[in-house]
Design a protein around this ligand. Structure first.
Ligand code: GLU
Length: 548
């Protein structure tokens, strides 16, 4: 077979050579050890936690080493593409702190190694396709869908491996004339790789996450170019990651089964193999067993979920770090205020079997993150969230910034900051009572009769002075408690609860409920200071009236 003639027959218009491309995209000028890596998502419109895990791993590896992170859009499957998906992807990843140094942007491409959208790279793939054909390493296949289905049926019936290999590779060794006749008849064709591998052979391979792997050679003549001339993932991966000078491929481990083919393909093309970082799946507990997070079953897989719940970006970021590198938590404890980027991230610490996603843990991390923010930051992030997800609350927050900031300052700062908020969604329940429209009427414990509660509230009002400090304020509450025959001695009460009609805690709860509508609230003295004399008194009076 004259492979050169076949190459000309299949790709008459390809005049560029691999050498020219090598020259156009020279090795990068980065320091020794710098990681050049990429995110290469398909623009399906769904950005999920897995993207973030992969993005964060790539981003840390690149930027920690003084390397480059770029965004390549893998849009070869036009059927799956959703309009605007690339923009959503760019914005979402940026929102989560993943900054690309080059690649696809809102305004086209940025960087010298583009185009960064695969559909714009058809000419480039064809240069290498032509090269492989001219070397006898690839050939056209004119099989129809029916023929392929029949082949599969035979293989299944014979209990053989399925696929286009060995004796099943119908177009592997056809004559040039036969191929020409098919082309003349305008029959569609795909370009296949001519595998020289055998499943009888194995070799060792080192993956940065999975460790040492034993790999069986690939013997399937996989498709390189589809009938529309667009490459498959495999071919595009080899060509793009070579020409873009990727040193590390960080991707999901669903690609492990085709890794043998990728290794083979890099070799066939004369490309240096990058290092691979195959990330295991994100899992969750379902009853007593683990399972992969699923797009269909688990709303928490979508990144939009975290935004709507109101998890600060930083919390999601820190949580992902926690599940990727188990020593991150200890580091964070020792360095509570250091930027997360100071942590030395290592892909080797990723669990090869995947990571367990734990919502309760995320909530804890988020509480910690929010508790370490200053009130102004909390205010602006909360307001931003509310503007999108609770406009009415946003209006309240914006109408009196000073009030909101003083509320959000309660218990903040100091060694042990309060952890009242895990997500912005919690905020309305936590502080809504400061706004009269959100104040709800209290439901008092039926154990106490109304007259007692009214008595407590009236006695409190009679002595209430907004200029009291918290010690004096509480002394008055205690005095009142004793006056009505309740006790301030909690020990004695615990020893014999029947000896007292109630305690100072009950008295405080009556007052708290009258002022906030709730049995739980931030520090009551501070709440009153923020509400001021008039509003505090008005609320207590209104409660008394309702009880009468
Ligand atoms: N487009 C592929 C995916 O979304 C990219 C895998 C890779 O990073 O190479 O899974």
């Amino acid at each position: 077979m004259d492979y050169q003639a076949l190459a000309e027959l299949l790709f008459p218009n390809v005049t560029m050579t691999p050498d020219e491309l090598e020259e156009k995209f020279p090795p990068r000028n980065t320091p020794e050890g710098a990681v050049i890596t990429r995110m290469a998502p398909s623009p399906t419109g769904f950005v999920h936690l897995g993207n973030l895990v992969q993005g964060l791993t790539s981003e840390r590896m690149a930027h920690q080493s003084g390397g480059v992170l770029f965004l390549r859009v893998e849009d070869t499957d036009a059927k799956r593409e959703v309009p605007g998906a690339v923009e959503v992807l760019i914005d979402t990843l940026k929102h989560y702190g993943i900054q690309f140094d080059e690649g696809a942007t809102h305004d086209g491409d940025a960087g010298n190694y583009g185009p960064y959208r695969q559909r714009q790279r058809a000419d480039i793939y064809h240069v290498y396709a032509k090269k492989l054909v001219s070397e006898g390493q690839a050939y056209p296949c004119f099989c129809t869908e029916e023929q392929l289905a029949a082949m599969r049926e035979t293989q299944e019936a014979n209990k053989e491996n399925t696929g286009y290999y060995g004796k099943y590779a119908m177009w592997r060794d056809r004559e040039l004339d036969e191929i020409r006749a098919e082309l003349d008849a305008a029959h569609p064709w795909v370009l296949r790789f001519r595998s020289t591998g055998s499943i009888a052979n194995q070799f060792k391979f080192d993956d940065l996450v999975k460790g040492k792997l034993t790999i069986t050679e690939n013997d399937v003549d996989h498709v390189l170019l589809k009938s529309d001339g667009i490459p498959t993932y495999h071919f595009a991966h080899a060509v793009d990651d070579h020409l873009m000078r990727t040193t590390h491929v960080v991707r999901g481990d669903e690609w492990l089964p085709t890794l043998p083919f990728h290794i083979q393909l890099f070799k066939a093309l004369g490309f240096k193999l990058p290092k691979y970082v195959h990330i295991g799946p994100l899992m969750k507990m379902d009853g007593t067993s683990k399972r992969k997070l699923s797009k269909r079953k688990d709303p928490e897989l979508a990144l939009t979920f975290y935004k709507a719940e109101g998890f600060p970006v930083k919390a999601v970021y820190e949580y992902i770090m926690t599940i990727l590198n188990s020593n991150f938590e200890d580091w964070r404890r020792a360095n509570p205020d250091a930027p997360a980027e100071d942590f030395k991230f290592s892909p080797k610490k990723l669990n090869p079997a995947g990571s367990l996603f734990d919502y309760a843990k995320l909530t804890d991390v988020s509480k910690n993150v929010i508790s370490r923010m200053d009130a102004e930051t909390v205010y602006s992030l909360l307001l931003e969230w509310a503007q999108e997800f609770d406009p009415d609350f946003a209006e309240k927050l914006a109408s009196d910034k000073a009030l909101a900031v003083s509320v959000l300052s309660i218990g903040r700062g100091g060694k042990k900051p309060r952890k009242d908020l895990a997500v912005w969604k919690d905020a309305k329940d936590y502080m809504g009572f400061f706004y009269d429209e959100y104040l709800t009427a209290p439901t008092f414990d039926e154990k106490f009769d109304k007259a007692t509660i009214i008595d407590v509230l009236e006695r409190f009002l009679a002595k209430f002075d907004i200029s009291d400090d918290s010690a004096v304020w509480f002394d008055k509450v205690k005095a009142l408690t004793n006056e009505i025959g309740f006790t301030t001695d909690m020990k004695a009460y615990k020893a014999d609860p029947t000896a007292f009609p109630g305690t100072v805690a009950d008295v405080s709860t009556f007052i708290r409920q009258a002022v906030t509508g709730k049995t739980n609230s931030p520090d009551l003295f501070t709440v009153m200071q923020i509400l001021g004399y008039d509003r505090t008194v008005a609320r207590i009076r209104a409660t008394i009236n309702n009880l009468k």
